[in-house]
Design a protein around this ligand. Structure first.
Ligand code: SAH
Length: 348
């Protein structure tokens, strides 16, 4: 994607391989120069043109005039004592902040990244939305969340979840461009089978995504079992109700064959009753999917609480009703790894 900064320089990390080739050959350079450049950017992942030692000093100076190569500054780095979870607070080139969390699983190292600075969606249990929305992240900035963590931690990151700050489908074009760069076999080469995208339920975008057939896992933040309950905690439900949402999910599965994952943040006294389990069974019974129960993370603006015990209890209720559910492992609890919390402490 061609994006220019305030000085008219092209954001080089947001260019696809083909776009980079076009830009470089337009300067009268051979195509293999573009391949070398792409490798410096997306495989060796250097943070300045000066470090691209197999390019002439003259060419590097020309690149510096025409293109900007962004980098993220690590403001804070927290490492969990109980598991190996690592949390980063990054400063973006314009002074805004976002968070990313690196988590260790048996199958590899996964990073949770932010897709926007803040969020417009207004879910009332979520720390990311309370400070409001500032702007979308660019494809380059989402890639840099991963490249910077990989360089700093020395860990090989093999998976990514778009579950940090922001609503990925509200930044659709940039996210699709980012996924294309992330999975490019000449670059980071991450399989989209190892990528999950989480959404609060922007139905038209879910339908658009289905058409692309990308192979990623779609996660739906459901959190409630009827429209009255869902609209009271997630304003997006007033626009796209549960019936429309579940229909879009079923069509997504029919189109892509990819099993959908439903996130269910359990809140004591709100969505944890046997009636809620009945309603969930009515919504999802017979649909090949997975339900992830997460005891709600406490945020200071709300009195919401939950516990692993309540989550286990609710899981049993779902199993009795034939649904496939697990309780999400809690990682990095000692470093406040849940989304949005660090940025808020820092900015307000
Ligand atoms: N906007 C996207 C992705 C970001 S949030 C979405 O809504 O899916 C990632 C997940 O964390 C979502 O399922 C979100 O609902 C959940 N979440 C947010 N605040 C939470 C909290 N306090 N406790 C538990 N889960 C929370």
């Amino acid at each position: 994607m061609i994006i220019k900064d305030e000085n008219g320089r092209v954001d080089i990390l947001s260019l696809s391989y083909d776009e980079l080739c076009e830009q470089i050959t337009a300067l009268g350079e051979k195509k293999f120069r573009a391949s070398q450049l792409y490798e410096w950017l997306h495989v060796k992942r250097v943070d300045s043109f000066d470090k691209m030692t197999n390019l002439s000093a003259q060419f590097r100076a020309r690149l510096d005039e025409l293109f900007c190569l962004k980098s993220l500054f690590i403001v804070k780095r927290l490492e969990s004592c109980t598991d190996n979870t690592l949390k980063y607070l990054y400063r973006l080139p314009d002074g805004n902040h976002v968070e990313a969390v690196v988590m260790e699983y048996n199958h590899g190292t996964t990073i949770c990244i932010s897709t926007q600075v803040g969020c417009k969606m207004g879910c009332n249990f979520c720390a990311s939305t309370i400070a409001g929305f500032r702007r979308d992240l660019l494809p380059s900035e989402m890639l840099l969340e991963i490249y910077t963590a990989q360089r700093d931690s020395g860990r090989k990151i093999t998976g990514a979840v778009l579950m940090g700050i922001g609503e990925p489908l509200d930044n659709y074009d940039n996210v699709i461009c980012f996924l294309d760069l992330l999975s490019n076999d000449k670059g980071m080469n991450m399989s989209l089978r190892h990528v999950s995208l989480s959404t609060c339920g922007l139905v038209p975008r879910i339908r658009e995504l289905a058409e692309l057939g990308l192979g990623l896992t779609l996660s739906i933040s459901l959190h409630a079992t009827n429209d009255e309950m869902r609209s009271s905690i997630m304003p997006v439900n007033k626009k796209y109700n549960i019936t429309e949402l579940i229909k879009a999910c079923k069509d997504y599965f029919a189109k892509t064959g990819r099993r959908i994952s439903f996130e269910y943040a359990l809140i004591d006294g709100v969505n944890d009753s046997p009636e809620s389990a009945d309603e969930l069974a009515a919504l999802l019974g017979g649909f090949v999917c997975h339900i992830n129960i997460i005891p709600v993370n406490k945020i200071k603006e709300r009195n919401y609480t939950s516990s692993r015990k309540s989550a286990q209890r609710f899981r049993s209720m779902l199993e009795e009703r034939g649904l496939n559910a697990t309780v999400r492992r809690t990682l990095g609890a000692d470093i406040n790894a849940a989304c949005g919390q660090l940025r808020r402490e820092y900015e307000i």
